[in-house]
Design a protein around this ligand. Sequence first.
Ligand code: HEC
Length: 157
Amino acid sequence: MVLKLMEFYLNNKLLSIVILSFLMLVSCKNEEKIAEEPTKKAIVYDMYQPSEMAGFMNAMYAYNQQLKAQIVAGETPTRLPLDLLKLHSAEMSNGKSRTQNWQSFVNVFIESQKAVVDTLSNTELKERYNVAINNCLSCHKTECTGPIPKIKKLLIQ
Ligand code: HEC
């Protein structure tokens, strides 16, 4: 009986530690802190289930990385294979919701991302691209600061 109780207590304690470290390390926190806690990160790695929105954000990141490579190479990108309207519908990580700030940035961002592949535009391609990336950053300043250093690397100097 005593053993059973101890076991229960230990299990729960472990569980709360795991849950706590998970909460501390969800995606929006900044990267330095993750680097300081390598063991906790290892625990979280197994459990981390990106939200639909986080998955979509990563797809947008990869897409823009590709755009940057094309633009730097002097090519003119014409494809936008992502359904940006998902930004309005995708589920977000636990505890996150679409704030007023989100609402004020999301459509501006969508239009600017579409403008990158608008071959009829009079604005220089590199400038259109950087405007889109700066709109990622505008929303991230209030909504999710962790990925900002990573997103900044997308800018074309
Ligand atoms: C309208 C606001 C908004 C815009 C615009 C926006 N993001 Fe995000 N982004 C968020 C929010 C909120 C999250 C957290 C989502 C979650 O955890 O469910 C996030 C998460 C992320 C993540 C972390 C995903 C993960 O693995 O947890 C990356 C990377 C990211 N965004 C990159 C970008 C890039 C690149 C762009 C522009 C092409 C962009 N974001 C545009 C609000 C925005």
